[in-house]
Design a protein around this ligand. Structure first.
Ligand SMILES: *Cc1c(COP(=O)(O)O)cnc(C)c1O
Length: 400
């Protein structure tokens, strides 16, 4: 039995570190009065489920993403589940998706009795490699799930062509990519359906769980609304079996207030990403540190700033940062094809080498909008010091 004490600090609580990985209280405090008033309004109305606050937020999200419809649900995981259900995915079907992603992407496929077929990623963006997807498509493929990882879209041209040529719908997992763009179009409007999460650590985070599904297809939107409500239509008449998955009015009200600030917060993340890029380039870091790239035509919203640490030095680097009370995180340490629960799929180590190498090398550094100049300089200085004395000499001019 594991007798080590478990951490009692919740993942999203304000941390007391010198530079926390994330501090959700900073942005929530900015809006304290507005959020309080919005919550109060819902409490006064008594409409806690599917109330006007939900419809307002759904309309605002559809407009933000540039889609005709947005259907709220209980979480990003449920958004994926409902999207697959709306397409009729079930036993005997295959769904192509990346192995290097958060568990929910594959979990939703598995729960419906369908088979997740893992495709490898591109080394520079960590996103699905279209050539790999093409190799993994079979006669049983019912959907493809491009995950826009860390806030940047997949190559939706190539994936869109593949989808069209094979008559297979794309379900975007945009949980980390609200506001991200590919050739001027927003995440959530690039496939048949788009799935979003409002988990507190996402770029638009609620006060608990929440999710939404975007689509231009009216028929799909209608079936999503039925499926999230036990499949009943009209009330107490069930032509199909759905689930109970609601976006609470309280969450919707909070999220509407926060959505009005999202572009400003995204600009903050982009500013920090640009500063990391310039400073790290100036440091002429050893080839041991690889910084993220944003290809032309992409707008990243930087849910994470994820570097690669080569030569097996990631653990050492992460401990070095921790010693300076600088937060960092490994998203994700085990690719999904290597997870125990998917062992019966028979994937071997070495079968998705790019995903496996990423899992060994990635490290995400703090990047939220409210990070101060002093905090970011603290991260940059630590990076400079760790990766070489020569670089460290150039960093004296950074703010103390
Ligand atoms: C967060 C996340 C999800 C799941 O969202 P929840 O709201 O936590 O259920 C799905 N996919 C990706 C890529 C995510 O980052």
């Amino acid at each position: 039995m594991d007798t080590r004490p478990k951490s009692t600090v919740p993942e999203t609580a304000a941390a007391s570190s010198a530079v926390p990985m994330l501090d959700v209280n900073r942005q929530n405090q900015q809006l304290r009065d507005q959020i309080g008033a919005a919550i109060d309004e819902v409490c006064q109305s008594g409409a806690f489920v599917h109330g006007p606050a939900c419809q307002e937020f759904e309309a605002a999200m559809a407009a933000y993403c540039g889609t005709k419809h947005a259907v709220g649900c209980a979480s990003g995981s449920d958004a994926l589940l409902l999207a697959l259900m709306a397409l009729g995915v079930g036993p005997g079907d295959e769904v192509v998706l990346p192995s290097f992603t958060f568990f929910a992407t594959a979990g939703a496929v598995w729960r419906l009795g369908a088979k997740p077929v893992f495709a490898d990623i591109l080394p520079d963006t960590f996103n699905l490699d279209p050539a790999e997807v093409e190799r993994k498509i079979s006669g049983s493929t019912k959907a493809i799930i491009p995950v826009h990882l860390f806030g940047q879209c997949c190559d939706m041209n190539r994936l869109g062509e593949l989808a069209q040529a094979n008559g297979i719908p794309l379900i975007e997992d945009a949980a980390q990519a609200i506001g991200a763009e590919f050739e001027g179009k927003r995440a959530g409007s690039l496939g048949k359906l788009g799935c979003f999460s409002f988990y507190p650590t996402k770029n638009l985070g609620g006060f608990g769980d929440g999710g939404i599904i975007t689509t231009d297809d009216e028929e799909v939107a209608d079936s999503l609304r039925v499926l999230r409500d036990h499949g009943q239509q009209p009330r107490y008449h069930h032509a199909l079996v759905g689930i109970n998955s609601r976006l609470d009015s309280l969450q919707a009200a909070v999220l509407s207030v926060k959505l009005s600030k999202l572009e400003e917060w995204t600009a903050g993340r982009q500013r920090h990403a640009a500063k990391y890029a310039t400073e790290f380039a100036d440091l002429k870091l050893a080839a041991q540190l690889v910084t993220p790239t944003v290809p032309v035509g992409y707008r990243s919203v930087w849910n994470q700033y994820t570097v690669r640490v080569r030569d097996g030095r990631r653990g050492e680097f992460q401990r070095y940062l921790a010693g300076r009370q600088i937060g960092s995180a490994v998203y994700y340490p085990i690719p999904l094809h290597m997870q125990k629960c998917f062992a019966e799929l028979g994937a071997k180590r070495g079968s998705l080498p790019v995903s496996e190498q990423a899992a060994e090398e990635v490290l995400s550094l703090p990047i939220y909008a409210e990070m101060t100049v002093a905090e970011q300089d603290c991260v940059i200085r630590a990076v400079a010091e760790f990766f070489g004395a020569e670089a460290a000499r150039d960093t004296k001019q950074l703010a103390a």
